[in-house]
Design a protein around this ligand. Structure first.
Ligand code: PLP
Length: 470
């Protein structure tokens, strides 16, 4: 049977899984030749690019081996590793789906926080990863620097200077195990358990959960069309020790922190010796107007701890992020980093450093910016006729990888999201992200993995079907 559009998984993933299953079941054996991309595409009535993507994934994961003009074969190494295809198959580990906390090894439709995984340049990545492994010398086999791999720290410092207006030396850059790794390093270095901090309300739910989990107290500070309400923060918790803020693209409301508020926040932090933790998680993806500079670029008194992540611009499975610390605190951060697990193995860090140094990073960002703008439009264009006035998407929200659709009428956003989730659609309820009391209901929908107008329409209809009785 031909792979079909409109099923749970995109066609290339259906194809990829079929080959994996055939290998695991021993139907395809190590060394067997598989059809050429062209002939399989024509046989299954698929675009060549679809088959190519499935083959690229199978090759980069070690199932297939490309032999140039001699065609593509099931990797003979699968046999030498362990006899039957099943035991030899490289295993895809299950990983938690961000937000919904379910376990899945495929992106769920509308999943929040995921970049477009289908468009990631796997071939280039695999080549660089191979090369990094070959050229890393004995130093790379020693205990790594807990602040991260130096060439990557240098690449990040250069990138931030040019793209985000953040002037820093590589010594100020700490590579971390994602954004949460950065948060942990900050808390262990500058804060104490039970310290009070401002948290955007609504705000990124995992910041809240993480900080509460490690014993911080959080004061919910409202967000409006100018971002975090700094005045309200000063009224409600004037003696807070820190604030976590998403100034470029407030998560989840999508607004930017206005310049007067930025200046007021910096002034408050300077007066109170408080720390501003800037979470600049997806500033690369803005589809209208000029990119907004980071809050850190205005920080004359070194009160801002700048964090960002490779989860959005590359992929979250990497678990890499970074933190820029004030120059005067480098020693203190180094000391704390010595007692933490740090960013892990050098190999992925070296691969990212190569990816940046060779210009693939900049190219990838350019490509993804265009692609996401299209994918966002596909989703909005599909939602509008199907849901009409029931869902409202603010026109100003043209950034990031998710849309926030406000629910009109009496319907509860939790019921709406629950109904969608029970049909396999990873919609999030806005009220779940609020700390204080009720507010207007809305739903968060990731669009980065919606491959085109057709898929957007199929998913939208599924969503309509799932939620029509709510
Ligand atoms: C607001 C916000 N900050 C940070 C992150 C990245 O976190 P991590 O680096 O742990 O993947 C995300 C990911 O979705 C996010 O939405």
């Amino acid at each position: 049977m031909e792979p079909r559009r409109g099923l749970d998984a995109p066609v290339y993933l259906q194809l990829y899984r079929r080959f994996r299953e055939a290998i695991a079941a021993g139907k395809l054996r190590p060394g067997d030749r598989v059809p050429s991309i062209r002939s399989l595409a024509s046989e299954l009535h698929l675009a060549r690019g679809t088959v190519e993507l499935a083959y690229q994934m199978l090759t980069s994961e070690g199932y297939f081996e490309a032999r140039g003009p001699a065609g593509t074969v099931v990797s003979p190494r699968l046999g030498s590793l362990g006899g039957t295809g099943r035991t030899a198959s490289p295993k895809t580990p299950s990983k938690p789906v961000e937000q919904s906390r379910t376990v899945s090894d495929e992106p769920a439709p509308f999943q929040f926080g995921l970049p477009g995984l289908d468009a990631f340049p796997r071939k280039t990545w695999a080549r660089l990863a191979n090369r990094s492994l070959r050229v890393l010398g004995a130093a790379a086999m020693n205990y790594p620097d807990p602040a991260g791999y130096e060439p990557l720290r240098r690449a990040v410092a250069a990138y931030l200077g040019i793209s985000r207006g953040v002037a820093c030396s590589h010594e100020q850059v700490f590579i971390t195990a994602g954004y949460r790794g950065a948060l942990e390093l900050i808390c262990r270095t500058l804060l104490r358990s039970d310290d009070l901090g401002w948290h955007e309300d609504p705000g990124y739910i995992y910041t809240r959960e993480f900080l509460q989990h490690i014993g911080m107290r959080l004061a919910p500070i409202p967000v409006d069309e100018e971002g975090l309400n700094v005045e309200a923060g000063q009224r409600r918790a004037p003696d807070a020790r820190f604030v976590v803020v998403t100034p470029t693209h407030q998560c989840p409301m999508g607004v930017a922190l206005s310049l007067p508020r930025r200046l007021a926040l910096l002034k408050w932090a300077q007066r109170r010796s408080a720390w501003i933790i800037e979470d600049d998680y997806d500033s690369e993806f803005r589809y209208h107007g000029r990119p907004l500079p980071a809050l850190k670029s205005l920080d004359r008194d070194e009160r801002v701890l700048y964090t960002s992540t490779f989860s959005k611009v590359l992929f979250p499975g990497l678990r890499l992020g970074y933190l820029v610390v004030p120059e005067a605190r480098i020693g203190q951060f180094r000391e704390a980093a010595n007692h933490l697990p740090g960013p892990g193995s050098i190999w992925p860090q070296a691969t990212v450093a190569e990816f940046m140094a060779e210009g693939h990073f900049a190219r990838h960002l350019r490509k993804m910016r265009l692609l996401y703008a299209q994918r966002r439009n596909h989703l909005v264009d599909a939602l509008t006729p199907v849901f009409g006035a029931r869902l409202h998407i603010a026109a100003a929200q043209v950034a990031g990888t998710h849309v926030l659709a406000m629910l009109q009428g009496q319907c509860s956003d939790r019921d709406f999201a629950a109904a969608a989730q029970s049909h396999g659609l990873a919609i999030q309820a806005l009220s779940h992200w609020r700390m204080r009391g009720p507010g207007p209901g809305g739903v968060l929908m990731g669009f980065a993995n919606i491959s085109g107008a057709e898929e957007a329409m199929v998913l939208t209809r599924r969503l309509m079907e799932a939620t029509k009785t709510v």
